[in-house]
Design a protein around this ligand. Structure first.
Ligand SMILES: *Cc1c(COP(=O)(O)O)cnc(C)c1O
Length: 413
């Protein structure tokens, strides 16, 4: 299959797109279920799902129908007016989370921004977050993000934020009466799928409550059934003060939400916050349809069962390159024995698999929640070949004295 159309589009991309991220080499045209095709017709098994976004896979009839129907009636009306889909989605999210009020934005970063503004209304200004966390790229969200490399070029950023190690001791030492909130991801997805230590979330709930600080859980990547529960915090039996949502709740339509619980629901008053597109009927109706289908089709259970099949299958390959498999449900991180994730992701592409090198030694998997037993089996067959080829190629390079820095550029993670 020729790659001429891809090459032409990449060339145009390089000329016109902002240089804010690496240049992608793959140009995708369409998808169906867990498969996507590039503009030259090459097929891939998609085990990334738009970074945990395409919950129902690509072009699911429920998604297509919701978008088409709402586009044909009223896609947008502004927030001077209420719509039934927006109210229905807020009710649904309250039912699924146990929360009591919802603010809608259009992305994860906007959900985080809303949460940051909420923390200011407590009358306190300090916010705690975790090292290696990821909360988005807007200035507030990036200030909260625990990766210095993403922050440094943009300082001075929002003041009052401190990043802690993910230990209860560190949290106890950092906590005081002037802390407004602690913001945590139950599983750090961008960091390579690193779950919080056992018991951390429960301890964080106890400690934040003791000091009158808010516990904000960032479920943007882990939510909407991805880990086999609707939201990962529910598995720990904690009730947070606020939850941020985006990615998978829309199944591909841009939407973000901040859900508040109990007294935190009384902090915002009229005039405090807003968004032109936030919760518009097109996005809200689509998210309703997506979440309704996750419920109807039993996709939480599918995430648990297929996640176990995937985890056990990867470990059963017995590759010396695989050190561990982390995460839960259909959000898995393969910890590699060395800094080979970019090369493994690139080899995977050559075998028709889309996976993600979340960092130099972690492969992230986040297939659609509709993934079938046969598709997981097909993935494992192909991934076994990828690992075998990687083992053949990589140690040879290492023995020849090549350093990581001399490796050719890998996939655009
Ligand atoms: C993706 C992500 C964000 C940012 O979401 P955007 O929609 O890209 O702004 C924030 N937090 C977590 C945990 C994420 O995975």
């Amino acid at each position: 299959m020729s790659a001429r159309e891809s090459a032409r589009i990449v060339e145009r991309f390089e000329r016109v797109m902002m240089r804010s991220a690496p240049v992608p080499q793959l140009v995708l045209a369409r998808g169906a279920g867990c498969r996507v095709w590039d503009v030259d017709g090459t097929e891939y098994l998609d085990f990334l799902a738009g970074i945990a976004v395409n919950s129902l896979g690509h072009a699911h009839p429920v998604f297509v129908d919701a978008v088409a129907r709402k586009a044909a009636t009223a896609a947008h009306v502004s927030n001077y007016f209420a719509t039934a889909p927006q109210v229905e989605l807020a009710e649904r999210l309250c039912r699924l989370t146990g929360g009591s009020r919802v603010f809608f934005g259009n992305s994860g970063a906007e959900a985080i921004e809303a949460a940051l503004k909420l923390t200011r209304l407590t009358g306190r200004t300090r916010v705690l977050a975790l090292e290696q966390s990821f909360h988005g790229r807007t200035t507030g969200a990036v200030a909260l993000t625990g990766k210095a490399a993403l922050r440094e070029d943009f300082e001075p950023l929002l003041p009052g934020i401190r990043h802690l190690d993910s230990t209860v001791e560190d949290l106890e030492a950092a906590m005081s009466e002037d802390v407004a909130a602690l913001v945590v991801e139950p599983i750090k997805g961008e960091a390579g799928v690193l779950p919080l230590p056992e018991g951390y979330l429960r301890a964080a709930r106890r400690i934040t409550r003791e000091y009158g600080a808010l516990l904000v859980v960032d479920e943007i990547q882990t939510g909407a059934g991805r880990t086999g529960d609707w939201f990962a915090y529910q598995r720990e039996g904690v009730v947070p003060d606020a939850v941020t949502l985006a990615k998978g709740i829309g199944g591909g339509i841009p939407i973000g939400a901040l859900v508040t619980f109990g007294a935190a629901s009384d902090l915002f008053v009229a005039g405090h916050h807003g968004s032109t597109f936030g919760g518009n009927p097109l996005a809200a109706a689509t998210a309703n349809a997506v979440l309704g289908e996750i419920e109807r089709a039993g996709l939480l259970q599918n995430a648990r069962i297929r996640g176990e099949q995937l985890r056990e299958g990867i470990l059963a390959i017995g590759s010396a390159l695989v050190r561990e498999v982390r995460g839960r449900g259909l959000l898995l991180g393969i910890g590699l024995a060395g800094p080979e994730a970019l090369r493994v992701a690139q080899l995977a592409l050559q075998h028709g698999l889309i996976v993600n090198a979340a960092n130099e030694s972690s492969i992230r998997l986040a297939p659609p929640l509709v993934v079938t037993e046969d598709e997981v089996a097909e993935f494992l067959t192909l991934f076994r070949r990828v690992l075998a080829e990687a083992e053949r190629l990589l140690p040879a390079e290492r023995h020849s004295g090549a350093h990581p820095g001399t490796h050719p550029e890998g996939t655009p993670a």
